[in-house]
Design a protein around this ligand. Structure first.
Ligand code: FAD
Length: 505
């Protein structure tokens, strides 16, 4: 790493970014595009963080995100730098969004065109059509209001959140009600209630605990933008962002773990990485927020985020992952597949209430080579399996329980997906401790801190430190929340704050 001179040497203000996840990349693009000098420090060899790529034995796997939604957020990011996303990566709309297989083996394919979808829904719940339209109308309302009034705002002052208008909106849309109860108002069968509540799993949440506002998720899939897939896999979007950042002059320091954020006289002065001090006018932590406070700020910022509160934070679920290279085709599967447990509610209770490994887990399996054949050698498939499990805690010891759980998952894959285990020619396993170690995710929580009522909006840890001047945060555990589109929106909000508060000249 170069020794960097103090920022006063040049006319530009310098921002040191800790982490090259989606939040770090998107913020770096915006800051560089508006005249900041941006230095990004990433502990790993690859940019993208959780949105990584694994290449082995001719197979290619996206390691984290697989569902691309709200594509307008990425288009807007590239536009903000005077570029067109299409010149960097091609996004392909998926014909059928996904298939949900219920505990009894019956399956529902969520199709992109309305007549086909309605036919499927009527087969499962005759007479559901008008109620389905009312569900969509309600979810549309939540999406529009949720996005403009809550997601796209940084709530700099408490009154921005607690204003009468917001309280009225929250009450009117019942956004803070219980998700599963809300969905149950529109659907009478357990199957459709499950099919339109499973989406909270995208955020590592239980539908039995999540706020109703997240019905905006199935809405974005069904009616707003649908599901997309970048040519070459999800990681192509990361490569596009890295390329744009580099063109704008962002400097990446890879394999460069930040050991400390330097603070003196109440102000962030830079970072220490590989034993070297690098001065900066502002520091933006993209590393998981609770980790950044605990490990990098060492308690100096307790003024705005007290230890006590940190200990009370609630976390999302984690993910047990199998990345499998399969010789032959997986004829029974489509690109995105959800396999729901026959004990749907108990499965969530095991993970979120009892914090133990579920007996009969629901899981999600992706075969990206169905859309992008280049992700597997000819005649083979790459298979990504995600099983929601509790975050790190005393109830599960992965050293002791990991192998038996893997065997259970293989059993499910054989029974429910038609996988012949003898055809698996490549295997990589990832458990919650791996998420913790590879990305410094507190508690190994794959999606960051939770999104219960007391951890959303103004209650979520803010992206600007009050105790340390020039200290900012971006990513899944700060506002507005987890998921690639939300983190991308957060990057815009924080870059705007840095521009206003630190200034680009
Ligand atoms: C299995 C899985 C599936 C998911 N599926 C989806 C999906 O389908 N759709 C969706 O929208 N979202 C999905 N998500 C959520 C999404 O991945 C995250 O919300 C998002 O990628 C978080 O980005 P981030 O920038 O906040 O953090 P990260 O990706 O964690 O980036 C932070 C970076 O900081 C680096 N870092 C940490 N500490 C240091 C340090 N001390 N010094 C230097 N660097 C450091 C890390 O290595 C990492 O690269 C999924 C997540 C997981 C885990």
């Amino acid at each position: 790493m170069d020794a960097l001179a103090a920022s006063s040497a040049g006319p530009k203000k310098r921002v040191a970014v800790v982490g090259a996840g989606i939040g770090g990349l998107a913020a770096a693009i915006r800051l560089a595009a508006t005249g900041f000098e941006v230095e990004v420090f990433e502990k790993n060899a690859q940019t993208g963080g959780r949105m990584g790529r694994l290449e082995a034995s001719g197979f290619s796997f996206d390691t984290g995100p697989s569902l691309l939604l709200m594509t307008d957020t990425y288009r807007e990011l590239f536009r903000s730098a005077g570029r067109d996303l299409d010149d960097y990566v091609r996004l392909v709309p998926l014909d059928s969004d996904y298939r949900v297989t219920f505990g009894d083996g019956d399956a529902l394919t969520i199709r992109r065109t309305l007549p086909e979808l309605i036919k499927e829904l009527e087969r499962i719940e005759p007479g559901v059509t008008p109620r389905f339209y009312r569900f969509l109308e309600d979810a549309c309302h939540k999406y529009r209001l949720g996005r403009s009034e809550f997601v796209e705002r940084d709530f700099a002052r408490a009154r921005d959140f607690f204003g009468l208008r917001n309280l009225r909106l929250l009450l009117k849309t019942k956004a803070l009600g219980n998700y599963y109860r809300q969905v149950s108002r529109f659907f009478q069968t357990e199957k459709l209630r499950q099919a339109f509540s499973l989406q909270t799993m995208y955020l590592g949440l239980s539908p039995f605990e999540a706020p109703a506002v997240y019905s905006l998720l199935p809405y974005t899939e069904l009616a707003e933008d649908g599901l997309w897939f970048p040519e070459g896999g999800m990681y192509s979007l990361v490569e596009a962002m890295e390329r744009l950042a580099t063109e704008l002059g962002v400097r990446f320091h890879m394999n460069s773990q930040v050991e400390e954020i330097s603070v003196s006289k109440g102000r962030a002065r830079g970072v220490r990485a590989a034993g070297e001090e690098i001065g900066a006018d502002a520091v933006l932590a993209n590393a998981d927020l609770p980790y950044a406070y605990r490990e990098l700020l060492g308690g100096t910022a307790d003024g705005d985020f007290r230890l006590r509160r940190r200990e009370r934070l609630r976390y999302t679920a984690s993910a047990f992952m199998l990345y499998l290279g399969v010789d032959g085709k997986l004829a029974d599967m489509v690109h995105h597949n959800f396999y729901l447990s026959g004990c749907y509610r108990e499965n969530f209770q095991a993970i979120f209430r009892d914090r133990r490994l579920p007996e009969d887990p629901s899981f999600y399996a992706v075969v990206p080579s169905k859309t992008e054949p280049r992700m597997a050698p000819e005649g083979m498939e790459s298979l990504f399996v995600l099983v929601p499990v509790p975050h790190i805690g005393p109830e599960v010891d992965w050293g002791r329980d990991g192998d038996a759980f893997k065997e259970k998952v293989y059993g499910l894959l054989e029974r429910r997906c038609g996988l012949d285990r003898r055809r698996v020619v490549y295997e990589k396993v990832r458990t919650p401790p791996d998420w913790h170690d590879e990305y410094n995710l507190e508690e190994g929580a794959a999606f960051g801190i939770g999104h219960g009522i007391l951890q959303v909006g103004y209650f979520r840890p803010p992206m600007v430190s009050k105790a340390v001047e020039g200290m900012y945060f971006v990513g899944a555990s700060t506002r507005p929340g987890t998921g690639v589109p939300l983190v991308t929106i957060g990057a815009r909000l924080v870059a705007d704050r840095i521009r206003r508060e630190v200034g680009s000249l």
